[in-house]
Design a protein around this ligand. Structure first.
Ligand SMILES: Cc1ncc(COP(=O)(O)O)c(C=O)c1O
Length: 489
């Protein structure tokens, strides 16, 4: 049940009452502390969390906007950049800065390429060439900054297809993109091939190592095969690595590195004529939370190389156990050959969205993916303890899906009928149908049973204005459940 929307509080309440209400509000959140969520949270252990909280709290009022006011934050930021540059193939020329996360790093990499292209190559209608699997933050950047995103299908191994990307390059290309690894299937793109392509075409090349930047170097040192992916690869001009993912930092920390300052210069911003004074800023955010910068510095120093090796050994052993267990369950398969701890679980004769519904009913949280239908798994240190319980539940879920039931037959019939009909219906009708079906089948919010909705949405030959439906949902999530009463004060 959603709580009624409150008016602005007329009077303050005791701290304990406020905090108690907030603790209770968490009751319906995903249970990541119990290792039940395979996305959104990266848990490095309770000791790591304690260090992060202390460091964050120490600097929670400080502001990274002005480094002259807070030399402490400047020191933390520049040291985090230097430490991660050393880890990721940088040298004395490498420059960089912290951002609020992967999206801000990618937005900046694209904006930099656009401005570099205009200044250095005279490109007025910039394009970037990227694999279909690269993160949607690149589309957001394209949308925000007027850069055309040229998406290229990946190969059967889900990795970027270098030849197909070569064919997509034009005189307007300012940026080539590869991921290490890409999010949907967790495989590393052929960065050396892509970087050679970019260099030959005299264009920039960004490696999105938001997921892998703080993990792949340690995985390689542990003896697992990891292809070259970082700034040591000739032709790579920038790289992003999220500290708040496998760096196990507090949320709000990513590092964006550039091979040299000449390119990074195009990222920076300065407003000279404001009555409030000259205003300069390296990134998109103005105020930058000191806590996130401080916690990032703290976790690198707290764990050190040996700490990250220890954590990643556990994670990779967990992945090995999970993959072996999942592969042994009839009707399921892991897609591709992921290098680290991100992977996709697909059906091999079983409807994977039905499996997903069964897992949701058993209290697990896995994101659903499309093209092909699969479930996403981001495995972190916190999952080591739940492997057996999870595998038993997946086996039970697969077994339940194998059993025929009336609901499944109805769902399948609805999906087939919708697919058949939408081939012939005009777009507006399809949208209405989509809307009605998605709510009838449990759409809107976090549905318990949504296999049919996903089945339908994923296979519609004519998706109508599905995008508008999704934006409606986004609007819905940012609106209170019931309108706030007007204050008469
Ligand atoms: C490969 C990749 N790049 C970028 C991002 C965006 O990161 P953030 O959610 O921190 O903005 C993600 C997020 O999952 C990702 O997987």
């Amino acid at each position: 049940m959603s709580p009624a929307s409150p008016a602005f509080p007329a009077h303050g309440r005791p701290k304990e009452a406020v905090l108690a209400q907030m603790r209770a509000a968490r009751d319906h959140d995903v249970r990541w502390r119990q290792g039940r969520a395979f996305s959104l949270v990266f848990h490095g252990g309770d000791d790591v969390s304690a260090v992060l909280q202390d460091a964050y709290t120490l600097f929670f009022s400080e502001n990274g906007l002005n480094p002259t006011a807070f030399p402490s934050l400047r020191q933390f930021e520049t040291e985090v950049v230097a430490m991660t540059a050393g880890l990721l193939g940088g040298d004395a020329h490498t420059v960089g800065n912290l951002t609020s996360g992967g999206t801000e790093s990618l937005l900046l990499a694209v904006k930099t390429a656009r401005d570099w292209g205009r200044a250095v190559r005279g490109v007025t209608a910039p394009e970037m060439v990227l694999p279909a699997t690269a993160h949607p933050a690149f589309d957001k950047a394209a949308h925000y900054f007027g850069v055309r995103a040229v998406r290229v299908p990946v190969g059967p191994d889900f990795r970027a297809d270098v030849d197909a990307m070569r064919a997509a390059l034009t005189a307007q290309t300012v940026l080539v993109v590869g991921s290490a690894p890409q999010y949907p299937h967790g495989v590393v793109d052929p960065i050396e091939g892509l970087a050679a392509l970019a260099a030959a075409h005299e264009t920039l090349m960004h490696v999105d190592a938001c997921v892998g930047g703080l993990m792949l170097p340690f995985v390689r040192r542990l003896g697992y095969p990891v292809p070259a992916f970082d700034l040591s690869v000739p032709g790579v001009t920038s790289l992003s690595a999220d500290l708040h993912k496998y760096g196990y930092a507090a949320k709000g920390a990513s590092v964006l590195l550039y091979r040299d300052n000449a390119v990074r210069r195009h990222q920076l911003f300065a407003a000279m004529d404001w009555p409030g004074g000259i205003y300069a800023s390296p990134a998109i955010a103005g105020t930058r939370p000191g806590g996130a910068i401080a916690a990032a510095w703290a976790v690198l120093n707290y764990l050190g190389e040996d700490g990250y090796l220890r954590i990643n050994r556990t994670v990779m052993e967990t992945v090995t156990r999970l993959q072996a267990g999942l592969r042994a369950i009839p009707g399921l398969r892991v897609l591709g050959q992921p290098e680290m701890s991100v992977m996709a679980l697909a059906g091999d004769g079983l409807d994977i969205y039905e499996v997903s519904d069964e897992l949701t009913a058993r209290g697990w949280y896995l994101d659903r993916q499309q093209f092909p239908p699969s479930l996403h798994m981001t495995v972190h240190h916190g999952h080591a303890a739940i492997v057996d319980e999870f595998l038993a539940d997946v086996a039970a879920a697969a077994e339940a899906v194998r059993r025929p039931s009336l609901r499944k037959t109805v769902n399948r019939t609805v999906v087939s009928a919708a697919n058949l009909l939408t081939r012939w219906l005009p777009e507006a009708w399809v949208s209405g149908l989509t809307r009605r079906l998605s709510s009838a089948l449990g759409g809107g919010g976090l549905p318990g049973r949504s296999a049919a909705m996903y089945g339908m949405l994923g296979t519609l030959p004519n998706r109508g204005d599905l995008r508008e439906l999704v934006l409606d949902l986004v609007e819905g999530f940012t609106r209170p459940a019931t309108p706030a009463p007007r204050s008469n004060r």
